[in-house]
Design a binder for this molecule. Structure first.
Ligand code: FA5
Length: 350
C-alpha cells in the first residue's frame, strides 16, 4: 500500500512540474491526459488496488482523490495564467487606435484602399454638358415616368401610328409609361421656354427590349434641340461634327443615312464606324462595321404647331445621342451590359 501511495506522490511531483512548464493549453491538455486521463498514470495505479485489503484500498483511494483534486486545481490556475498572458500579448500586437479617422474605403478593400469615382457614362455626359454649355445651350430635365402625350402624341405619333412600335414601351397600370427617349424633354422645354432656344437634355430612358451586346432595357440618351428663326441641315451637321470631334479629340469616321422619326423632317441616322472592331465587324455593330449613335433631323412642323409655334416663323433641329454606345466607342467596350453590371473590375478602368 505504501508503495502505491509513494507512487501517487511521485506522480504529483512530475505532474506539477509538467503543468508549471506547459507553454500552451494544448500542452496542459496532454498533461491532464497523461496523469488523470482514462488511460493515464493514475488509472494504472488504481488497477493494482485489487491486491489490497479494504482498509488499504480506502487509504490509496483517498490519496488518489487528493492527487486528482490538486492536479485539477493546478490545471485551472495554469489555464487562466496562460489566457492572461495571451490577452496581454494581443493588447500589444493588435492595438487599435480609436482616435484615428478610418478610410471610407477600408471596408470595401482592406488591402488596397480604392477611391470611388464617377461612372464612365456620367464622365462623358459631363464632358458633353461642358461642350454644349460653352456653345450657349442650357441643360434641362424631364420626368422618367411620362404620359403618352409627351412621349408620343406631341411628337407627331398619331394614336395608331406604326412608329409607336419602333420603341417597345413599359406601361404602368395607371396609364403612364417609362419614357422611351429623351425627346419628351423637347416638348417639356417648348412648353415652358420661349424661342429662340438651345437645350440639351441628358437622362435615363427605358425600353422593353431584348438585351444583347448593344441593347439595354435601361440606358442613357442626350437630347439636343435648337429653335430659331432659321435653322438648316447644315447647322445640324456642323453641330454633330463639333460634338464628335470634341469628344474623341480627332475626326471620326461617320456616315449619314436618311432615317425616319415622326417628329423630324427630314430625319437622319448618323452612324459611327465601330471603334470596338475598327469597322471589321463584331457583336456590337452586328457585324456591319457601323454603330447607330446619333439620329437627328429638323423639327417637324407638327411638333412646332403642337407647342403653339408658327412653323413659318420658327425652325428647329434636334438630335438624340445614344450615350451608352458613344461611351462604348470611346473606350472600345465590347458589351453594353458591363455598364450596369456593378462590377468593380470593369468600373476601375475608367
Ligand atoms: C430615338 O430615341 C429618337 N428619340 C432620337 C431622335 C431625337 C431622332 C431627335 C431625331 C431627333 P432611337 O430609337 O434610334 O431614336 O435611339 C437613339 C439612340 O439611342 C440610338 O442611336 C442608340 O445609340 C441608342 N439606343 C437605342 N436603343 C438602345 C438600346 N436598347 N440600348 C442602348 N442604346 C440604345
Amino acid at each position: 500500500m505504501a508503495d502505491l501511495i509513494a507512487e501517487i506522490h511521485a506522480l504529483e511531483t512530475r505532474a506539477a512540474a509538467a503543468i508549471a512548464t506547459a507553454a500552451n493549453s494544448e500542452a496542459l491538455q496532454n498533461t491532464a491526459q497523461e496523469f488523470i486521463g482514462k488511460k493515464g498514470a493514475l488509472t494504472n495505479v488504481m488497477k493494482q488496488l485489487g491486491a489490497l485489503t479494504p482498509e488499504e484500498r480506502g487509504n490509496v483511494g483517498k490519496a488518489a482523490n487528493e492527487f486528482k483534486a490538486k492536479l485539477e486545481a493546478l490545471l485551472a490556475q495554469k489555464t487562466s495564467a496562460l489566457q492572461n498572458e495571451r490577452f496581454a500579448k494581443l493588447a500589444e500586437t493588435e492595438f487599435i487606435d480609436l482616435s484615428v479617422t478610418p478610410s471610407p474605403y477600408a471596408a470595401v478593400n482592406a488591402v488596397t484602399p480604392f477611391g470611388g469615382h464617377i461612372h464612365p457614362i456620367a464622365q462623358t455626359q459631363k464632358k458633353l454638358e461642358d461642350i454644349f454649355t460653352s456653345m450657349g445651350f442650357s441643360i434641362v430635365d424631364g420626368p422618367q415616368v411620362e404620359d403618352d402625350y409627351h412621349n408620343f402624341g406631341a411628337l407627331n405619333f398619331t394614336d395608331d401610328h406604326p412608329a409607336r412600335d419602333m420603341q417597345d414601351t413599359f406601361y404602368t397600370k395607371t396609364g403612364y409609361l417609362l419614357r422611351t427617349h429623351t425627346s419628351t424633354v423637347q416638348i417639356r422645354a417648348l412648353e415652358r421656354m420661349t424661342p429662340p432656344l438651345r437645350i440639351i437634355a441628358p437622362g435615363r430612358v427605358f425600353r422593353y427590349e431584348e438585351v444583347d451586346a448593344s441593347h439595354e432595357h435601361t440606358f442613357y440618351q442626350m437630347e439636343g434641340m435648337i429653335i430659331d428663326r432659321e435653322v438648316s441641315v447644315g447647322n445640324l451637321l456642323h453641330l454633330m461634327q463639333t460634338l464628335l470631334t470634341e469628344i474623341f479629340g480627332r475626326a471620326v469616321d461617320v456616315r449619314l443615312r436618311p432615317g425616319y422619326f415622326p417628329f423630324v423632317e427630314p430625319g437622319f441616322e448618323l452612324d459611327m464606324k465601330c471603334l470596338v472592331c475598327d469597322g471589321k465587324g463584331c457583336s456590337v455593330c452586328k457585324h456591319s462595321g457601323w454603330v447607330e449613335v446619333l439620329p437627328c433631323g429638323l423639327v417637324h412642323p407638327n411638333v412646332l404647331k403642337a407647342a403653339g409655334l408658327d412653323p413659318q416663323q420658327w425652325q428647329g433641329a434636334a438630335f438624340g445621342l445614344g450615350l451608352n454606345r458613344l461611351v462604348m466607342m470611346q473606350h472600345g467596350i465590347e458589351d453594353i451590359r458591363h455598364f450596369m453590371s456593378g462590377k468593380l473590375d470593369f468600373l476601375r478602368q475608367f
